[in-house]
Design a protein around this ligand. Structure first.
Ligand code: ATP
Length: 511
């Protein structure tokens, strides 16, 4: 596709046109950064959730799932640190009246320097050909050295001032770097202020007796407060994990980029409880295991990379993101965090209840350490959808739009098409649908010429089309068309189900 921005626009319009994602309450002009999943979107989302759940819960003897409530006792969020520390540093531009995350302004600035350096590297690569020594070039070319060291310096200073909660210095940095408002181009900034991201709400009927609550900003705390319940009733032994998927809410200030940053979104999280001192081993294990899960979908190794955090959250002693090559560049898709014993200890302190495990091998009780894997379901959706949408030029010079969603995740697995609407072909096609629907989400489609129906299914992401024609009447065979290769093979009706099961099985994809 032409360029990235263009591609991203196509992703958004395609998602609407093919029934994947609608803006929330669109008839009232929508609600910013809130989205609805449509008839195909809900299937893709459910399939991603299932793919994650199976790999985390069913494929690990020592991981079980829960589904905790969105509303939790308000003290939860004091203990977790969210009341005091779940803030974004914000800055307003006085001319455009636009509000920005101060850290993101600096990070974007650093990324621009990075891109400048990369441009120089690409140019040199072309110029020197095979003789090019990138490592040497990066450390000796004066321009590249300058760009990269400026970038490092900016990020280091940002990390330090955020860590020291020195917001005046964050503003000073923005001024020194001469960062201008992307909207107005002006450098007329307000002071930097902290803004809490949690949504508040009230429990109870009367104004006097109502309790202030928060909508959970992460699903993890529902797991921590249930740690001992699950451990005891499930007779779990350390190391073990608790997995959960569910909605989380954040009053994001800069909510752009479609479903990448939403105010209401869904997380898929797993908290893995380990012996103190063994957390780094498990942290490395989960980094590797999660990357493998992503790669199992076949969306290209080059589209993923790790980003190790320099600035750690208040609860972590190590953290890395798995970044994905979104249409707007590499961005966080999943976080793997070594959360120490911060959360369980804090809940012990605030609740006065012990949250410890008696380790029979060590003959002692301790508060376990936690390694967390946390992925946004909606972000995963966007990764898959944007990566799958392709415009292809065919051999005959025509073009097609195709949504190459991994077949295990595709909303509809097959469309059954009678070649014509007569001669008994529709009846056979409907019978095939009736048989397949026990195992797969399949649809029947008889409208328009068959070529147009193929194109429609390509664009909707359906991996297989099964066509019933006049030969079917004679020998009980159909054509099976593959979305990606567009190849057609003739197979007996009796073999369709086995064929689909062979290609679309969790075993095949997850192993
Ligand atoms: P970011 O830096 O992008 O704001 P984060 O580091 O705050 O993300 P975490 O708190 O680690 O994110 O949340 C875990 C995962 O939840 C993220 O990797 C992301 O996939 C997802 N996520 C977080 N915030 C949002 C959001 N506003 N919309 C959609 N997904 C989100």
């Amino acid at each position: 596709m032409a360029n990235k921005e263009d591609h991203f626009k196509k992703v958004i319009s395609h998602a609407k046109e093919y029934g994947y994602i609608f803006g929330s309450s669109e008839i009232y002009d929508g609600l910013s950064a809130v989205y609805d999943y449509a008839q195909n979107g809900v299937e893709l989302k459910k399939n991603i959730r299932e793919y994650w759940w199976r790999s985390m819960v069913y494929m690990h003897q020592n991981i079980v799932g829960i589904d905790a409530a969105i509303l939790m006792h308000p003290t939860t969020w004091k203990a977790s640190g969210h009341v005091d520390a779940f803030n974004d540093p914000l800055i307003d531009n006085k001319d455009s009246k636009k509000r920005y995350r101060a850290d993101v302004l600096v990070e974007d600035y650093a990324e621009k320097l990075n891109q400048k350096a990369q441009k120089e590297i690409t140019k040199a690569k072309k110029r020197f050909g095979d003789a090019f020594d990138e490592a040497q070039f990066v450390t000796t070319n004066p321009r590249v050295v300058k760009y990269l060291s400026q970038k490092e310096a900016a990020l280091k200073r940002l990390a330090k001032s955020l860590e020291n909660e020195d917001l005046a210095d964050v503003k000073a940095l923005i001024e020194e770097l001469e960062i201008a408002c992307p909207e107005s181009g002006s450098r007329n900034w307000t002071d930097v202020k902290q803004f809490n991201l949690m949504f508040g709400t009230k429990l109870g009927a009367s104004a006097e007796s109502a309790t202030d609550l928060y909508l959970r900003p992460e699903t993890a705390q529902g797991i921590f407060v249930n740690f001992l319940n699950v451990q005891k009733t499930g007779r779990m032994k350390i190391p073990f994990g608790i997995a959960q998927t569910g909605k989380a809410f954040r009053n994001e200030i800069v909510a752009r980029q479609f479903i990448f940053r939403m105010r209401e979104f869904e997380q898929m999280e797993m908290q893995f409880f380990v012996r103190p001192g063994e957390e780094m081993k498990w942290y490395e294990y989960w980094k590797e295991t999660r990357l493998k899960w992503h790669l199992s979908l076949g969306m290209g190794e080059e589209n993923y990379r790790f980003h190790d955090h320099e600035k750690l959250a208040h609860y972590a002693n190590a953290a890395a993101d798995i970044e994905f090559n979104f249409p707007f560049g590499f961005k966080e898709l999943e976080g793997i965090h070594s959360r120490t014993d911060f959360d369980l200890k804090a809940h012990e302190e605030y609740s006065g209840k012990k949250l410890q495990f008696f380790d029979p091998e060590m003959n002692e009780s301790y508060v376990p350490y936690v390694v967390e894997t946390s992925i946004g379901l909606d972000r995963m959706f966007l990764a898959i959808f944007s990566n799958s949408l392709k415009e292809e030029t065919l051999e005959d010079g025509s073009s097609r739009v195709v949504l190459k969603i991994p077949s295990i995740l595709a909303p509809v697995k097959a469309a059954v098409l009678p070649l014509v609407k007569k001669d008994g072909l529709p009846d056979i096609a409907k019978e095939i649908v009736d048989t397949l629907r026990w195992d797969f989400n399949v649809i029947y489609d008889e409208k328009d010429a068959v070529g147009r129906r193929y194109r429609r299914q390509d664009a909707a992401g359906t991996p297989f089309c099964i066509t019933v024609d006049h030969q079917t009447l004679e020998d009980q065979t159909v054509t099976l068309r593959d979305r990606d290769s567009m190849e057609q093979v003739r197979i007996p009706i009796a073999e369709i189900s086995t064929h689909l099961k062979d290609t679309i099985s969790y075993q095949k994809w997850l192993s």
